[in-house]
Design a protein around this ligand. Structure first.
Ligand SMILES: Nc1ncnc2c1ncn2[C@@H]1O[C@H](COP(=O)(O)OP(=O)(O)OP(=O)(O)O)[C@@H](O)[C@H]1O
Ligand SMILES: [Mg+2]
Length: 339
């Protein structure tokens, strides 16, 4: 089969001397090694694999190479629909692709909308306020600590150790920092949830299946609340201990699994997703956010780390995601089987 890979490279970030961008502007984008690793897995399975990038030239390249299927990991450049741009284009062109559809990707990128859906399913999520301007700070009650983050970013963009705020002065400073650096992105102020951090990986369709639950802790400070800030994500090899499977009771795991699957089905996500939760000291789970486009770097990224700890190699993981996506297109699936 002729497969295209869509993606954004860190080096693709549009550079304009007139606009200053935050130092983590390219954080969600991929290194060439990730694209090459995915290309290698698919090529070894006998496919002809083309690298399409993640801008409008994708359309010409699809025609030029006669692309039949797209493996999509493009994060998009801007706005809360950015992850949906390439899938929407592919839908318009009628090209089958891996991963969730535009609505699923856009809806989940807006963390407040995703939280409202979670609440409708009776899944707890931190109390929250969305600020469109600094003036709205007066709406926030004196219930510290809070956690402050951009409403629609990922890969810990905008999240630092200072995101946890203990008083009004810190809150104002943090909200201002986000407005100054991430223009046109509203700010989400959340109740801070103390306790443990767990991530749940899901793979599959009809039915989606729990791939695993992993706990994240600080390597050398096990008693300290974990915080996956940018500082920590960038130094994960030295700072993070990944516990797989997470040491939680079977009963707790069942609750978490049910939450993840309910959310996956309600958002109508496809093929894979990773759900982030906090578990407070009373053992209650709070939904933080969902990543339908989890990072697939061969050596970092929680989904890949979880897979490796489970004994699933990178090539088996990529192949499984690909086969899962292909399974949604029965005619392609049959044709591929005959190859
Ligand atoms: N309300 C909260 N209470 C406590 N900690 C929080 C809260 N919200 C976020 N965090 C911490 O900040 C981290 C990053 O937050 P979040 O998952 O929302 O950001 P992200 O950038 O979308 O992450 P990802 O890299 O998974 O896309 C969480 O993993 C958690 O450690
Ligand atoms: Mg997260």
């Amino acid at each position: 089969m002729r497969i295209g890979i869509t993606y954004n490279l860190k080096s693709d970030l549009p550079i304009s001397s007139s606009v200053s961008v935050p130092e983590d502007a390219a954080e969600e984008f991929d290194h060439p090694e990730t694209i090459e690793a995915i290309q290698e897995v698919l090529s070894k399975e006998g496919h002809e694999v083309h690298l399409l990038g993640g801008d409008l030239r994708v359309v010409e390249k699809i025609k030029e190479f006669g692309i039949e299927f797209v493996f999509n990991i493009a994060e998009g450049f801007q706005g809360r629909n950015r992850e949906a741009h390439i899938p929407a284009l592919l839908e318009l062109l009628g090209i089958p692709y891996s991963g969730s559809d535009p609505l699923g990707l856009a809806l989940t990128l807006d963390k407040a909308l995703a939280k409202r859906i979670a609440l409708s399913l009776w899944i707890l999520t931190p109390k929250f306020w969305v600020l469109d301007e600094l003036r709205s700070l007066c709406e926030i009650p004196d219930q510290f600590p809070f956690f402050v983050k951009p409403l629609w970013e990922g890969s810990s963009k905008g999240i630092r150790f200072s995101s946890r705020v203990e008083n009004r002065e810190q809150l104002e400073k943090e909200v201002k920092r986000l407005f100054d650096n991430y223009t046109r992105v509203p700010v989400l102020v959340e109740e801070y949830i103390p306790g443990r951090e767990l991530t749940v990986a899901v793979i599959g369709n009809e039915p989606p299946e729990i791939f695993g639950i992993m706990e994240l802790e600080f390597k050398n400070q096990k008693n300290k609340d974990f915080c996956y800030s940018l500082e920590v994500k960038r130094s994960w090899q030295d700072t993070v201990a990944y516990q797989f499977p997470a040491a939680i009771s079977r009963e707790a795991a069942q609750i978490l699994e049910r939450h993840a699957l309910d959310l996956f089905k309600t958002f109508r996500l496809r093929d894979m997703a990773r759900f982030d939760f906090r578990m407070n000291p009373d053992g209650k789970f709070y939904f933080l956010e969902v990543n339908p486009l989890p990072g697939l770097s061969p050596d970092s990224g929680d989904f890949v780390i979880l897979a490796k700890k489970k004994g699933v190699s990178y090539s088996v993981l990529i192949s499984r995601i690909f086969q899962t996506a292909l399974g949604r297109y029965p005619s392609l699936f049959q044709a591929n089987k005959q190859v």
